[in-house]
Design a protein around this ligand. Structure first.
Ligand code: MV4
Length: 455
């Protein structure tokens, strides 16, 4: 096992990883930007090194600074968390060449799944269902119109190097498609350095359901059920739950087995998430695979009892998965609310600043993952996630009740947070019935979906 790990991240996920390390008897090194000197991850780690200026590009994305910190502190491994360098194949390769274990999939895994079309082709061969669409890159407007004629409108143009909702365009007719196509190509080139785009039938008001996977270096792969992440706004998830209330055991087993088979076929290693869209008739379509630990991983931990970060570390250290598929049981229901420093009554405007007052919820069946404390100053440079509140109940209705109780205990000021949004959501009758889609938040708020933020 590793004796020392560097955590190349900040905020709640850095703390989450430090906690796993502590329990495993592994020493930790935090890295931090000049804006994060007073962050809890700096205080909780055994050592801490400043890696640069506040801007992410100067610190948490600064590969030479992070590798230098790893060399100086003589760590065995680097955990990238989520975001920043987590899905950077080049960074994973550099770690390898410096004889530092990258706690995540192989560079080949990351590269394959980062190419959204290659990922689709690969999993399709294994039998995963895909939404109708172009067979690979669409090179011209004429070809795009032909594809649309075959699959019918509405269609969606996606960047091959995009993902997570970035670089997508919905078209309802030939005229829109013809006028959007070249723009989509040049946007793809500008945003991702690759002009390749592909076309799919647009699934209207789908649900977003994703499967959690764990794979060791010996080809043993298991799934840990699914999360429903339909409650989102501008491609930022706001609430996630496990299990999804629209999946029966039979479908869960079938899709889970397909997801496992797909991971085996690409020699996948580590934790991963296979994302699906679910249409109104409960048809599943594979969308993409994320090769990192996800923000919403705690809901899976709550219903399975598996510590996903600990498993990631064990896998990277070359240990065999002890988990067997037949021993993984989904029990009860878990819901996570993301508490962001955003003013929901003001179009979710960022609300950074000093936290003067703070009361975090607690009590039975509540988990709070957060790096904030009274007196902490929320810097304006990074994502606005302040805390994740996770409620566990015997079923979804119980989890909802427990979450309402917990959010009532959540007091923060004077900065604004998404707590009031979640309180309103948890009182919404459609939400409580589980009658939601990826358009639910905009419908509830009576707004139109704005284009994805290209972070
Ligand atoms: C789609 C789709 C509908 N049809 N693809 C967004 C994230 C990325 N992983 C895949 N995404 C979508 N792909 C087809 N063929 C709907 C989404 C989607 C979405 C689209 C518009 C506005 C909000 C959305 C939220 C989740 C998923």
């Amino acid at each position: 096992m590793f004796s020392k790990i560097l955590i190349a991240n900040r905020g709640e996920i850095a703390l989450r990883i430090i906690r796993a390390c502590r329990e495993m008897g592994i020493r930790t090194v935090a890295v931090y930007s000049e804006a994060d000197r007073n962050s809890l991850h700096v205080r909780f780690a055994d050592e801490a090194i400043c890696i640069g200026q506040p801007a992410s590009s100067k610190s948490y994305l600064n590969i030479p600074a992070i590798i230098s910190a790893a060399e100086i502190t003589d760590v065995d491994a680097i955990h990238p968390g989520y975001g920043f360098l987590a899905e950077n194949a080049h960074f994973a390769e550099i770690c390898q060449s410096c004889h530092i274990a990258f706690i995540g999939p192989t560079p080949e895994n990351i590269r394959l799944m980062g190419d959204k079309m290659a990922a689709k082709n690969t999993v399709h061969k294994i039998g995963l269902p895909l939404v109708p669409g172009s067979d690979g890159v669409v090179k011209s407007k004429e070809e795009a119109l032909k594809v649309a004629k075959r699959i019918g409108y509405p269609v969606i143009i996606k960047a091959a190097a995009g993902g997570g909702g970035k670089g997508m365009r919905i078209c309802h007719n030939d005229i829109k498609l013809a006028s959007s196509f070249m723009t989509a190509q040049s946007e793809a080139e500008a945003n991702f350095g690759n002009p390749d785009v592909y076309i799919e039938k647009y699934v209207e008001k789908p649900r977003h359901v994703e499967f959690q996977i764990l794979a060791d270096t010996y080809g043993h792969v298991v799934h840990l059920g699914e999360r429903d992440c339909s409650i989102q706004r501008r491609h930022q998830k706001l609430l996630e739950e496990s299990p999804s209330c629209v999946l029966d055991n039979k479908t869960r087993k079938r899709l889970g087995e397909l997801a496992v088979k797909a991971c085996k076929s690409v020699n996948y290693v580590g934790a991963g998430t296979m994302e699906f869209l679910l249409d109104k008739n409960n048809n599943f379509y594979f969308m993409e695979m994320n090769t990192r630990i996800q923000v919403e991983h705690p809901v899976t931990e709550m219903v399975t009892g598996v510590d996903l970060v600990r498993e990631q570390i064990k896998i990277a250290a070359g240990e065999r998965l002890q988990l067997k598929q037949e021993n993984i049981r989904i029990e009860g229901a878990a819901i996570e609310c993301r508490i962001n420093a955003e003013d929901y009554e003001n179009n979710f405007m960022p609300s950074p600043g000093r936290i003067e007052l703070l009361n975090l919820p607690g009590g039975p069946h509540i988990r709070v993952d957060t790096h904030i404390y009274q007196g902490y100053e929320v810097p304006p440079y990074y994502d606005s996630l302040l805390a994740k509140v996770i409620a566990y109940g015997s079923d979804r209705q119980e989890a909802i009740k427990i979450m309402r109780r917990a959010l009532n205990e959540f007091n923060i000021g004077p900065i604004k947070s998404t707590v009031p949004f979640h309180m309103r959501l948890l009182e919404n009758s459609s939400f409580c019935k589980g009658d939601v889609s990826t358009h639910f938040v905009q419908e509830m708020l009576g707004t139109v979906q704005e284009p994805a933020q290209n972070e």
